[in-house]
Structure formats: structure tokens, C-alpha cells
Design a protein around this ligand. Sequence first.
Ligand code: FAD
Ligand code: PHB
Length: 390
Amino acid sequence: MRTTIGIIGAGPAGLLLSHLLHLQGIDNVVLELRSRSYIENRIRAGVLEHDVAGLLRDSGVGARMDREGLLHHGTILRFGGRSRRIDFQDLTGKSVMVYGQHEVVRDLVARRLADGGDLRFEVSDVSIHDIQTDTPSIRFTENGETKTLHCDIIAGCDGFHGICRPSLPAGFIRDFDRIYPFGWLGILAEVSPSSEELVYARHPNGFALLSMRSPTIGRFYLQCPPDENADTWSDDRIWSELHTRLADNEGFRLTEGPIIQKGVTAMRSYVAEPMQSGRLFLLGDAAHIVPPTGAKGMNMAIGDVAVLARALERHIKHKDSQGLDTYSRTCLRRVWNVQRFSWWMTSMLHNFADANAFDEQVRLAELDYVTTSRAAATTLAENYVGLALG
Ligand code: FAD
Ligand code: PHB
């Protein structure tokens, strides 16, 4: 088998790259370990930056997002019993789109298949070869048969636990890592959201987030120990803790509903440098992850896709490899800005076991400042709606 770009992983990064390359007439194949149904039902991120929503729209895969997604012009920060709004629209002229990652994945899969794209689900034993030569290849097993996909370039979009990054020679990658001493218990519930906008709450018991997927489905998160077993959280315990942490002194009322899913996510910041070696390019979670407090993981993955799709077009159509040569540097500049923002939001909003009363007061002062100073609120809003895609 032969193609121009071999893409490993059908998450948002791999699927969008495949779609954008197809629009440029560049042949590609996507290989995915999981089934189509699995990737289309995996609940993850929920907020699309302004320019990410624009990229999906401009590339012809935004119609359902525009119909069913919820456009949010601001968000609420809640702390010390107060609720303060950050008005994205007023501060930046932009907004964000609340639309589940699995919906983005569904839209991209449907479009790739309608366009005759070559997406292969449930492959196994994926390995990459000869990436330092002009003739790299990907070996994999499909329906019990071992196959080789020859290509010009390999896009490693296989997430944090994929095989692409670990295939690089030991010592080639420099890792930057921070593991947080807590996780998030994520909850999906059949309930209409009790707030029109997301609520990020800092509380002595720990962080809580009120988010949503639609006018009838609520999404919530509670800070918890990193190794927490979600089964120790009964529905009553979850609602009781959400009531406590999301309460304010201004009349907020939380509506309850049946809980349909719950699970724990660990929190980590990680960057691999560089994001390229020979003919292998790493994108999205394969190269970097962030704690979800800034709603950035999927957006950062799509930022890499925008840079690589443009560079590949120049390389393949115009024989200009400059974009490929600077791929890692271009992406990493944005990646570190996003890392800083995600780390800052996480530090400001969570309880750290080793923090003392002084640290607590400083964090409350920071929240007070960021919600009352126009300059400070603008830096939050500008990062939240998204920095330029690169
Ligand atoms: P992924 O979505 O991880 O896709 C990688 C794909 O590669 C997967 O489909 C995987 O099955 C496949 N794969 C892996 N190994 C192989 C292999 N060897 N061969 C072939 N295929 C392989 N981000 C936010 O912005 N906001 C959030 O609220 C948020 N919440 C999250 C909650 C959870 C539980 C998790 C896990 C992540 C969350 N994130 C969030 C992060 C966000 O979901 C990721 O940043 C995003 O999925 C990255 O997209 P990706 O395409 O790079 O990787
Ligand atoms: C979500 O809806 O899943 C979500 C929203 C905002 C975040 C993280 C997760 O910061």
C-alpha cells in the first residue's frame, strides 16, 4: 500500500488533518486502534476556541456545530461566595463554542467517509519504520493480516499513550512534565444546565466546574484525589458536593438530574521537544498535554494541525519545505503559551494540599484582581477564546 501522508490515530488531530489534506488534494490514510463507535462516543473536551470553530466552519465541517453548538460570550468565576463574569465578547470581540469533542469526531468521520477517505478502524500492532529516510513506512495488522503502508511523511496523532513518541531514539526528546496532586471526577447528567455559561468555582473543599453539552445534558467536574475510584462517589454524594462547591451568596440554584456517566481524569502538564524527527511529525496529545482547566487540549491539537496542513501543502504542491523545517518551533511557541495559561488557571482554581493560609489568600486576591481589573480580565479572556492558530 502507498499514500502520501500516513496518519496514525483518529482523534480530532488525525481526522482534521486528513480532512484538510484531502481538501488540498493530498492523499492520506488514517489508521486507528479503536472502533468507529468507540471514538464517536468517547466523552472528552467541550469548548472550541473562536478560531478553531472558524477553521471547522471554513473547511466545511461546521454546519452541525453551528446548529447544535452553544455560543458562549463569557464565563463565570465563583470564589468566596461571589460570582463574577468575564465578558469575552466585550474584552476580545470573540466567543467560544460549547460543542463536545465526540461531536467534532463524528462530523469529521462522516465527512471523510462521504468524501471517500481511507479510515481504517480496529487495526493493531502499529509500528513506524525508516523515519530518518525518504521512504518511511507504517506496519500494522488488519483483519489478522500484516500490512505495510509506504508514505512520504508520517503524522503521529496517536495521543499521549500512542507509539509514535516512544518510537523516537532514547534521548532525542526532551520531556517537560508536571503532575498535579489531584484529578477531576467528570460527570455527565441528564439535566438542563443551571447556568447559561460555564461556572469555574474555587471552594475550600476543592475546585468544581459546571459545564454542559446541550440544553438537556449537563457536564460537571469535581477536584478529587488523582487515584480516586469513581465508584466511591454515589449520585447523592456527587450532587451534595456540587451543591456545596458551586454555591454562591447571590441566589445560584443547582438543578439535579440522573447521572449517566462518571470517571476520573488525572491532571498533568507535559511537552515533548522537538515535535519532529526526520519524516515523523507529532501532533496534539502525542506531543503535549495540559490539565483541562483552561479547556485547551483539543484546541492545542487543532493548532498543530493548522500548522502542519499548511506546511505540507507548501511542501507537496510548491516544493517548499520551509514550513516543515520550522513546524516544531512554530507549534511550540503556541504550545508553551497554552501550557502557561492552563497551569495558571489550574493553580488559581484548585486546592493544593501543601498550601497554607497565606497561599489561599493570595489565590483569592488573584481571582478578585482578574475579575475586577479590565487589563487582567482581558488576559484571561484573550487566552480562553484562543491565541492565533499559528
Ligand atoms: P486523541 O483524542 O487522544 O486521539 C488519539 C487517537 O489515537 C485515539 O483515537 C487513539 O485510540 C488512537 N491511537 C492510540 N494509539 C494508537 C496506535 N498505536 N495506533 C493507532 N491509533 C492509536 N481537552 C480540552 O480541551 N477540554 C477538556 O475538557 C478535556 N477533557 C478531557 C477529558 C478526558 C477524560 C481526557 C482523556 C482528555 C480531555 N481533554 C480535554 C483533552 C483532549 O480530549 C485531548 O487534548 C484531545 O483528545 C487531543 O486530541 P488528539 O487527536 O491529539 O488525541
Ligand atoms: C467540558 O465541558 O468538558 C469542559 C469545559 C471547560 C473546561 C474543561 C472541560 O475547562
